[in-house]
Design a protein around this ligand. Sequence first.
Ligand code: HEC
Ligand code: HEC
Length: 249
Amino acid sequence: MINRYSLFLSSTLITIPLLVFSTLSNAAEQLKATEQINEFEEAIKLTPDLENGRAKYRTCVTCHRPEGWGTLDGAYPQIAGQLPSVLIKQMADFRANNRDNPIMRAFASQRSLGGPQEIADVAAYVSSLPMNPNHGRGAPINLELGKRIYERDCKDCHGANGEGNQEDHVPKIQGQHYAYLKRQFDWIRNGRRRNADEKMVKQIQGYSARDEVAVLSYVSHIKPENTAEQDWRNSHFQRYDRSWRPAGR
Ligand code: HEC
Ligand code: HEC
């Protein structure tokens, strides 16, 4: 028979561990968030050493390629020419597990890359690389609609031409491969990317598939400002075997 005491006892037995568990995991999350802010705040203040950044970039070339252009299918993003504050923020976010990619987490880790100084160095180097003149673009349909949506909903944060904002670490999205834009946009919308901007998440909730494709395709058709000459190769990695490509690309 269930009496008041056994009810009290069983609910206490369930509640106490739950409370302990949620307190502990909250504390762990807060700690992580603080570490991440600290690393970003620390790295952003440092004077970068480009030479060391170039040396550190050696571990990144297999995926992001010697030019930092990634792959056109968007599996690997273009990072060349990205704003330094954005690169630093994204590296800190991978390290703090606010973005899901286990491969990137390993390569951005303290063990592989080092501390805030190395983050600042590699970010400065990557940022100094010119962008791909032939990045992956979306199908050129509904570009007018895409432009209207962009100017209404995205321009204030990402800039008139998708150039981003260094001070507020808003990513440059001009010149990014269409397929990568699409993947990140979907992950930002569905919460898989935990570092997303809350206002942006709200903003894009009601988008139809047509709106989304239109605006991202429009972004992918903006001409990036700082592109390399056709067939430019990064002379810092002259001896890199370019015939080797990451699996499937
Ligand atoms: C083994 C492959 C691999 C290596 C090596 C690698 N990356 Fe990445 N990187 C990726 C993938 C895949 C993504 C996209 C993750 C996603 O889809 O969320 C990514 C994303 C990024 C991003 C986020 C770009 C954005 O705009 O969202 C940055 C910044 C970055 N990498 C920098 C680096 C740097 C710097 C190094 C070297 C220290 C490096 N990566 C090494 C595979 C790699
Ligand atoms: C309120 C400001 C704001 C608005 C409005 C906004 N964004 Fe963003 N967006 C951001 C910030 C900040 C990030 C980076 C979040 C982070 O990872 O730190 C971002 C990230 C992104 C990314 C991922 C880029 C990358 O390199 O990983 C894409 C793609 C993107 N936004 C597209 C859009 C589009 C398209 C619109 C309009 C429909 C839009 N955003 C509206 C602030 C905004």
